[in-house]
Design a protein around this ligand. Structure first.
Ligand code: 13P
Length: 252
């Protein structure tokens, strides 16, 4: 059966000493408590090597916030899948809405990045979701369908099983506004049904689909209780250890 996952996307936050403290505190928590979900963090890439050192026994999963579609070469500022793999990381986010908004990433590029990660034996956390205008226009189902098909449906059955999907409606990210549990469930089940139609129900049931967008300690449990919501990709609340722990404990 599919895994429940809580992943903290730190985005562009924390100085080195702050990052080190948060990681060490999270390790201390993980060392004394058993959790009922897989816990991962997605720190700024400059701290991934530190994270690998701190979580040397893989107590916490480690993902990059982005990856290049290129294998290597003259691409200043970029990080390759092979680099991530050589540090024994788990994978990378792909096509986060902030990459889409500020770096013009789209699902065609997402597809290339996903291929690069899978070729290196890593797991993509593929992010999608509609904008406020698209939801207001009643196009949210159509938008997410198109995104999912473009980015993922060239994959083989074996490949798609390695992908984690994060539905993050743009209007709910960092806004304090959350999709209602039913709104999240509607899209999650749409995504799972699309995968089932293409790859079969058994495959679709193995894929973890996370919700992201203003998940907080007080709404996590209700959102995660929906049948097709397998956890969360947490932004702001993952920067405060107590809040992140409460969200992890929503699975207890
Ligand atoms: P917030 O939890 O801050 O809304 O961010 C969600 C997100 O974008 C996680 O990737």
């Amino acid at each position: 059966m599919r895994k429940n996952i809580v992943a903290g996307n730190w985005k562009m936050n924390k100085t080195f000493p702050e990052a080190e403290k948060l990681m060490k505190d999270l390790l201390a928590y993980k060392s004394k408590e058993s959790t009922h979900c897989q816990v991962s963090i997605v720190p700024p890439s400059i701290y991934l090597s530190l994270a690998r050192e701190i979580f040397k026994n893989k107590e916490v999963g480690l993902f990059s916030q982005d990856v290049s579609k290129h294998s290597h070469g003259a691409y200043t500022g970029e990080i390759s899948a092979a680099m991530l793999q050589s540090m024994q990381l788990d994978g990378s986010l792909v096509a986060h809405s902030e990459r889409r908004a500020y770096h013009r990433e789209n699902d065609t590029l997402a597809k290339e990045k996903i291929n690069a990660l899978l070729a290196a034996g890593l797991r993509p956390i593929y992010c999608n979701g509609e904008s406020l205008e698209e939801r207001k226009a009643g196009k949210h189902l159509e938008v997410v369908k198109k995104q999912t098909e473009t980015a993922l449906f060239g994959l083989s059955e074996e490949e798609i099983k390695k992908v984690i999907i994060a539905y993050e409606p743009v209007w709910a990210i960092g806004t304090g506004e959350t999709a209602s549990p039913n709104q999240a469930q509607e899209i999650h089940s749409l995504i799972r049904n699309l995968i089932a139609e293409k790859y079969g129900r058994e495959t679709a049931e193995e894929i973890s689909i996370l919700y992201g967008g203003s998940v907080k300690p007080d709404n996590a449990k209700e959102i995660f209780s929906k049948p097709d919501v397998d956890g969360g990709l947490i932004g702001g609340a993952s920067l405060v250890l107590e809040d992140f722990i409460k969200i992890i404990q929503a699975f207890d």
